[in-house]
Write a protein that binds this ligand. Structure first.
Ligand SMILES: Nc1ncnc2c1ncn2[C@@H]1O[C@H](COP(=O)(O)OP(=O)(O)OP(=O)(O)O)[C@@H](O)[C@H]1O
Length: 226
């Protein structure tokens, strides 16, 4: 049966009396970029957390690859989690400051049981190269990289999970304008090559227009499809 990669129906997220996301629905196919755009506080990040099941929504359904995630226990979700990877705004926040980049990228391979001592290092080097980082940067720690390089390393780590969906929450907003285009081009190339679906959260309308296939404009937790 054909189903969207991600199918979000009527999700609601509340923080006490505040309704951050109010019965929001959208769907996203593999190889497609759907943007959530809107002003600060309209509920974009809360939607990202609900899609990733990092915060369980208070209502509605999140279907990923045809499976209804809100009905699953944490244990049942665990094997699905690598397939939906977040990339957050703060490039330094997604990597541990204590670990070298090569270990950060290797970790998902180890967790998945995909680490092999003979070809693991070459796989890490390949992932770093794929995101435009010289594999020698694997020896560095995050603070020894620029913001753009660090965001690329975070994307390499996400790719090590072999995801189908990336939830990109303001992935270029903290970067200098001069490096933004490079990271967006990388994301475009990866999507073409791997058929990834992108839920792209961004407050910058110009970036959204350039990058997204479709846009959901959010206001006060509600969405308008454009
Ligand atoms: N942990 C929380 N506790 C209480 N209220 C929260 C929490 N997180 C978000 N909110 C509130 O929920 C609403 C939506 O916030 P959210 O961060 O999802 O919006 P956003 O569009 O991503 O904004 P921004 O771009 O500023 O991050 C806001 O009113 C915000 O104050």
């Amino acid at each position: 049966m054909n189903h969207p990669l991600l199918d979000v129906r009527d999700i609601t997220v509340r923080y006490g009396p505040v309704t951050a996301v109010d019965q929001l629905s959208f769907a996203l196919d593999a190889g497609e970029t759907l943007a959530l755009n809107g002003p600060s506080g309209c509920g974009k990040s809360s939607t990202a957390l609900a899609v990733l099941q990092l915060r369980r929504p208070d209502g509605g359904q999140v279907r990923f690859e045809g499976r209804e995630l809100t009905a699953l226990t944490e244990r049942e979700l665990r094997p699905l989690r690598p397939r939906m990877q977040p990339v957050f705004q703060d490039p330094y926040g997604s990597l541990s400051p204590r670990h070298r980049v090569r270990d950060a990228v290797a970790e998902p391979l180890r967790i998945r049981g995909a680490w092999d001592r003979s070809d693991g290092p070459a796989r890490v080097a390949e992932l770093l190269d794929r995101v435009g980082l010289d594999p020698a940067y694997g020896d560095r720690r995050p603070h020894e990289l620029s913001g753009g390089q660090c965001q690329r390393a975070g994307i390499a780590r996400a790719l090590a999970c072999e995801p189908r969906l990336l939830v990109l929450d303001e992935p270029v907003s903290a970067l200098d304008a001069s490096v933004r285009a490079g990271v967006l081009n990388l994301l475009d190339d990866l999507q073409d090559e791997l058929g990834l679906g992108y839920l792209f959260i961004c407050h910058d309308r110009a970036v959204v227009r350039h990058f997204a296939d479709r846009v959901v404009e959010m206001r006060n937790g509600r969405g308008v499809h454009t």
